[in-house]
Design a protein around this ligand. Structure first.
Ligand code: ATP
Ligand code: MG
Length: 559
């Protein structure tokens, strides 16, 4: 896997260096802890790259741990997609795959331990009462009337909770910490709740489930994680993370370190909102190429290497910021320019008849497969009397600076000849249906003719009888607003109505027949396109990955 070496170290790697040189640790163990309640998105990629790269760089290991403590929203489908996405990004957890649900028994034991130590109690208050009793930043909390229950009573009721004697929400187990603590998370947080729900792995074995805060750090400790890297919103939870580690007989003492999340403009990243986009059919699924999900950008044709490079470029800091999606798109272009084969494709065709080209004859012309990699050699392209060109490469009434095809004007066909437009054929409605042109045999392969004539433009084309038909899907940003989340109203109001344009009559160079679903190629002059997973030899479908340059920010500035 290629990731360019980092120039300076971020603060997390500096901490790790220190811990290794001071002898605090002799190895580095990290983890990526997704909750299987949705598909991974580009934000997760930042965390994945960080955790797995650190393990690689330090010769340590990175665990994949599913944080599956909420049976209501979790599903095995998500587990599978998450594994596939991490692998696709180029990372490997080897045999270190774990589930927080594997620790339910141990966590239950530790809850009992806290009760015995007088550090946890069963509370009969409902969720509202508990919330109100917690106070706020100005006001201390008030102690629950059940806070003084005896150890014995707590043990008995907790056991009954586990046996299913109570309904959802009737009772909870809370850690007994400090209702006056300046950090609200320390005001007797709930650590177990009753949920009569089947779990995707433990089935109906449990009807009480540990809360995230009671699960996460202990799972880290059980796996001997040395550095537990998470995003900034957990900074306020760190004292609680540390309290559990200090007050439980855990086998190791991991350290939580927070860094800032990846945010991107023109999209949303909350799993709840992504789920809403899917469920309300604003997109075709989690892997719709407009989605910021890993599966979406994969289907769009983004190379994993570009995602890794992007994550590297934005770096790891503690500052909240929004990253420009144009930066990600540039990473994509940079890799695709190096790696993708070139082909010609006409998205919106108009037929051209070259009237002085012998009828029924075909010749083979040559063009490079990738100018960035001459070792790949050339491809052969058929040329004949009938070709397609792009409808907007012709203008009947061109403005002054239009150098492409127009009546009486001459243009270079890429890797072929110069042609001159002699006649415009229209249907009864005045729509242009065909152009009649002549070609100059002295301009073969696009060379200048001996008489010193010049042309200013080169256009792409496809031989009509050889052309493959294809559906072309042009994707644009899913949202028209930079911050759809914050713009006011529902984020759905800011969906870009033009985010998908389907062109059903694409004509492709015959060499594209061998392109397999998932492969990204360059359509010359147009951009990078990826054969969709639904593409088959009978129905070719290509998704536009990204244009050749960033036309979007320019267009945006003009408006
Ligand atoms: P939620 O908890 O609301 O379902 P989440 O985005 O936190 O959503 P998790 O599955 O809990 O999803 O996240 C797994 C890991 O990925 C966590 O360590 C989390 O901090 C990290 N992560 C999630 N979103 C981002 C982001 N935008 N940038 C960087 N890391 C992220
Ligand atoms: Mg989370």
């Amino acid at each position: 896997m290629s990731v360019s070496p980092s120039t300076s170290k971020d603060f997390i790697r500096e901490i790790i260096d220190e811990d290794l040189s001071s002898g605090k640790h002799d190895t580095t163990v990290t983890r990526f802890p997704p909750e299987p309640n949705g598909y991974l998105h580009i934000g997760h990629a930042k965390s994945i790259c960080l955790n797995f790269s650190i393990a690689d760089e330090y010769g340590g290991r990175c665990h994949l741990r599913f944080d599956d403590t909420n049976p209501v929203k979790e599903d095995a489908e998500y587990v599978d997609s998450i594994k596939e996405d991490i692998n696709w990004l180029g990372f490997d957890w080897a045999d270190h795959i774990y589930f927080a649900s594997d620790y339910f028994e141990k966590l239950y034991e530790w809850a009992v331990y806290l009760i015995r130590e007088g550090k946890a109690y069963v509370d009969d208050q409902d969720a509202d009462e508990i919330r109100n009793g917690r106070g706020n930043l100005q006001q201390p909390g008030t102690e629950s009337p059940y806070r003084g229950r005896s150890v014995e009573e707590n043990l008995t009721i907790f056991e009954q909770m586990k046996s299913g004697d109570f309904g959802n929400g009737e009772k909870v187990l809370r850690a007994k910490i400090d209702m006056d603590h300046p950090n609200l998370n320390m005001r007797d947080p709930v650590i177990y709740r009753i949920l009569h729900e089947d779990h995707h792995r433990t089935g109906d074995a449990w009807c009480i489930y540990p809360m995230y805060d009671f699960t996460h750090g202990q799972s880290d400790a059980l796996e001997f994680i040395t550095h537990s890297l998470c995003t900034l919103e957990f900074e306020n939870h760190r004292p609680l993370y540390e309290w559990f580690i200090e007050n439980l007989p855990v086998p190791s003492s991991p350290r939580q370190i927070e860094f800032s999340r990846l945010n991107l403009n023109y999209t949303v990243m909350s799993k709840r909102k992504l789920l809403q986009l899917v469920e309300e059919n604003h997109v075709t699924g989690w892997d719709d190429p407009r989605m910021p999900t890993i599966s979406g950008i994969r289907r769009r044709g983004y190379p994993a290497e570009a995602v890794r490079n992007f994550c590297k470029t934005i770096g790891i800091t503690k500052f909240q910021s929004v990253n420009d999606i144009a930066l990600l798109e540039n990473s994509v272009r940079e890799i695709l320019n190096k790696k993708s084969s070139r082909f010609m494709a006409v998205l919106d065709p108009i037929k051209v008849v070259i009237t002085n080209y012998p009828d029924g004859e075909t010749e083979e012309l040559e063009s490079v497969i990738n100018p960035e990699d001459p070792s790949l050699g050339v491809r052969k392209i058929p040329f004949g009397r009938e070709i397609y060109i792009e409808r907007d490469d012709f203008l009947e009434d061109p403005p002054k600076k239009f150098f492409r095809l127009s009546p009486g004007a001459e243009v270079r066909l890429r890797a072929a000849y110069w042609i001159k437009c002699e006649k415009v054929i229209k249907d009864d409605d005045g729509e242009i249906v065909e152009l009649h042109c002549t070609y100059d045999p002295a301009t073969k392969s696009g060379q200048n003719p001996p008489d010193g004539r010049k042309v200013k433009a080169t256009i792409h084309w496809v031989s009509a009888p050889h052309a493959l038909n294809a559906e072309i899907r042009l994707y644009d940003r899913l949202f028209g607003e930079e911050a759809p989340d914050k713009k006011g109203g529902s984020f759905l109001e800011h969906l870009n109505p033009e985010s998908l344009k389907v062109l059903p009559n694409g004509k492709l160079e015959t060499n594209l027949a061998g392109v397999f679903p998932g492969e990204t190629v360059q359509f010359e002059r147009l951009g990078y396109f990826c054969a969709d997973k639904e593409s088959s030899p009978d129905t070719l479908i290509f998704n536009r990955t990204v244009g050749l340059r960033d036309s979007w920010s320019k267009a945006k500035k003009k408006t």
